[in-house]
Design a protein around this ligand. Structure first.
Ligand code: ADP
Length: 483
């Protein structure tokens, strides 16, 4: 059955004004599973106006008592829990990720609402001392109408972390979900309105980047854009946002180093290094795709990683035994295959997993896990973000050498370090120019802690208290007391 999705603007569910629709595909089979409104500027404009009214008229969403805003988010968390299996299956079907990983994502979505629901009542200002003649009161206020433009790799989670923080802060919101995977994002307004969110506070408009995303960024009625996606689109958004001096938060790409020292717990380092680039089909902005291995254990580690790659089970994302699904789209598969072809020229193919054999999946966009070895840090496959299950392994000898190589990349999102030497771990962690460092682990992004990039991996932070700050303005009220 092909589902007919609709926009959610100011409460009702709507078609795009010009009636345009686009197809949403199951990446495991290539079959169309839904159609969604191909929204254009007039649709986006109406969503912005709804969010504007909900923010401005009597300031009624930002003016809603904090405890009520918090309760709505906490109720939303409960509803996500109640609906978790249905949402996880929808996410796996639409994005191609294995069902077990989709379940983890949905649990995080619920926790995101719980966490920011708690924050709604705890946003506070400051009273800095300015002498006996005056009183300074610093208050935090919502930034206004916020727009979220999100990618397809963690469709609901990426949206939820922006929406939950923004609503807790008192912002109203327009969400433009990714065109490849809009299904779960359109569940968000249902969940929040059941939780008690008034219409107009959260609006969702589907469509393509240039036609539905760009007018959101250009609109003078939008105060802030929170974007997660590619570096190239991040640059376009920042340029466009300059015209209206919009606040921007950009979560962009990465080419994250994963450093394995010879003194690491070998089994944990091998498994973690593989998971860091094979989980979610490698479609992770912080994927540890540049794997540096100390020469003393290089041959053994490479052999163990190759063994791991061969055991990854590609298949139907909805089957429990599947550990890797298809890439999200034909375009993404083609892009990753182009990089694999480049890798074949530049480096040595050390391992490649098996495609699924099930004939039902013959039209799916599967790319088996692939490991290139004996690479150097200047190769294309070591410099550019591939966003697929492709690992580039580079040997090193000295600590200083690996720090220099790890930092020698335009991105700075995350890094993993595997060692039993705590001094070395902390020293290297401090020397790396990245937003997150994992020591003896990989890919953890707890809702409580800040997430974001150095260098060309982005601007601003999401998650944690920092994620809330990005949706707040600071106002200073100065009261003269003297003479
Ligand atoms: P990905 O490689 O993850 O698809 P993109 O950066 O292309 O990353 O897309 C991320 C999000 O940005 C999607 O929702 C997409 O529709 C949107 N987008 C793409 N181009 C633009 C643009 N010019 N203006 C605004 N949004 C855009």
């Amino acid at each position: 059955m092909v589902e007919t999705l609709r926009n959610h603007i100011d409460g009702p569910w709507e078609e795009a004004a010009d009636g345009g629709r686009f197809e949403v595909v199951n990446p495991a089979t290539g079959e169309v599973i839904a159609t969604a409104p191909d929204s254009k500027a007039p649709d986006v404009e109406r969503a912005i106006d709804a969010a504007r009214r909900a923010f401005d008229e009597g300031m009624w969403w930002p003016g809603t008592p904090e405890r009520e805003r918090g309760r709505i988010l906490l109720r939303a968390a409960e509803i996500v829990h109640r609906e978790s299996e249905r949402l996880a299956r929808m996410e796996a079907l639409d994005s191609g990720k294995p069902i077990a990983e989709a379940r983890d994502d949905i649990a995080e979505v619920a926790y995101c609402f719980e966490y920011y629901g708690g924050w709604a009542t705890k946003i506070r200002g400051d009273v800095p001392p300015v002498g006996p003649e005056a009183l300074s009161i610093v208050v935090k206020e919502p930034v206004g109408v916020a727009a979220g433009i999100t990618p397809w790799n963690y469709p609901l989670l990426q949206a939820a972390q922006k929406v939950a923080a923004a609503l807790a802060a008192g912002c109203t919101f327009v969400l433009k979900p990714p065109e490849q995977t809009p299904l779960t994002c359109l569940e968000l307004p249902k969940i929040l309105e059941e939780a008690g969110l008034p219409p107009g506070v959260l609006n969702v408009v589907t469509g393509f980047g240039e036609t539905a995303g760009a007018p959101l960024v250009a609109s003078p009625k939008v105060d802030k854009v929170s974007f997660t996606g590619s570096k190239e689109v991040g640059q376009i958004i920042m340029r466009s946002a300059a015209d209206t001096l919009k606040r921007v938060t950009l979560e962009l790409g990465g080419k994250s180093p994963n450093i394995v020292f010879a003194d690491a717990d070998f089994a944990a380092a091998v498994e973690g290094s593989c998971n860091g680039v094979f989980w979610n089909q490698g479609e992770i902005c912080s994927a540890g795709s540049r794997v540096f291995v100390e020469r003393r254990i290089y041959d053994d580690a490479l052999a163990a990683m190759a063994e791991h790659a061969r055991k990854v089970r590609l298949g139907d994302p909805l089957e429990e035994a599947t550990t890797m699904g298809p890439l999200v789209s034909r375009e993404q598969r083609d892009r990753v295959e182009r990089y694999i072809a480049i890798g074949m020229e530049e480096a040595r193919l050390a391992a490649q997993g098996e495609r699924p054999t099930d004939p039902r999946l013959s039209g799916g966009y599967f790319v088996p896990p692939t490991i290139f070895a004996d690479a150097t840090n200047d190769l294309t496959i070591a410099r550019e973000e591939i966003f697929g299950p492709v690992m580039t392994v580079i040997p090193f000898t000295e600590v200083e050498e690996v720090v220099r190589l790890a930092n020698d990349n335009e991105y700075g999102l995350a890094a993993a370090i595997w060692t039993r030497d705590i001094t070395k771990a902390i020293t290297v962690a401090r020397a790396l120019r990245v937003g997150t460092v994992w020591i003896n682990g990989t890919q953890a992004a707890p809702v409580e802690a800040p997430w974001g990039g150095y260098k060309r991996s982005g601007i601003g932070r999401e998650l944690g208290e920092a994620g809330l700050e990005d949706f707040l303005e600071t106002k200073h009220v100065y009261v003269e007391l003297g003479g």
